[in-house]
Design a protein around this ligand. Structure first.
Ligand SMILES: C[S@@+](CC[C@H](N)C(=O)[O-])C[C@H]1O[C@@H](n2cnc3c(N)ncnc32)[C@H](O)[C@@H]1O
Length: 204
């Protein structure tokens, strides 16, 4: 198995966002700010990606017919915005997040905006991936000691067509290793890399 890089052009930044996507992003940003300012315990691993760029990347992937199917999964979904943007784009969408308060916030936001995405509390790392646990040894921002949630979702990693994640700097290789070891041939992994923008690979 190997991962094939698909170049995502900078020109995706010119792609327009739909009204429902813009409304979702505005509402999410307000709620995230309020959540961060509230008395909650600080969730150190939670930072948000560029939601506009996620929607533009999804637009470009769909427009170029790169998907083998219609199922989307956000690994470490935080407030669940990428999973909801995929649902707005009519994908069957799920978010997996380890922190219960973030799962609760995602469910509330999806309910409020009537967006059909499912959110699951637990780990995106399949519990039977022995080699990947070794790779995770130096990883600081991914919880590697919790059970996965694929049984609850009813779909395994091999059933999704597109994964999205925002890894912390230096940790994207861990996400790629989990993807390579567990996803189906032909599926895609989109990662947000901060200033470097979006990175897209296909498992072949
Ligand atoms: C950098 S944040 C990204 C949040 C969201 N995807 C975004 O782009 O706005 C990473 C998230 O992964 C979560 N996380 C860490 N380890 C996880 C695991 N094993 N399974 C699921 N979520 C995890 C953290 O709690 C955090 O919310």
């Amino acid at each position: 198995m190997t991962l094939q890089t698909i170049d995502v052009p900078d020109s995706i930044k010119q792609l327009p966002l739909s009204q429902p996507a813009l409304r979702l992003i505005d509402e999410a940003n307000e709620r995230i700010e309020a959540f961060m300012l509230s008395d909650q315990r600080v969730i150190e691993n939670f930072v948000t990606c560029d939601f506009h760029l996620v929607d533009q990347a999804l637009h470009w992937i769909q427009e170029n017919h790169l998907l083998a199917g219609n199922r989307f999964c956000e690994w470490g979904s935080g407030f669940g915005v990428a999973a909801m943007l995929a649902a707005v784009r009519e994908m069957e969408s799920a978010g997996i997040e380890i922190e219960p308060p973030l799962v609760e916030q995602s469910c509330r936001l999806a309910d409020r905006l009537h967006i059909d995405a499912g959110f699951y509390c637990g780990s995106f790392v399949p519990r039977d991936l022995a080699d990947v646990w070794d790779l995770g040894a130096g990883i600081e921002h991914v919880e590697t000691d919790e059970g996965d949630v694929y049984e609850e979702i009813g779909w395994g990693p091999e059933d999704f067509d597109l994964f999205f994640a925002f890894p912390w700097p230096g940790e994207h290789t861990f996400f790629e290793a989990v993807f390579e070891a567990s996803a189906a041939d032909g599926s895609l992994l989109l990662t947000y890399r901060g200033r470097e923008g979006m990175n897209l690979v296909r498992k072949i």
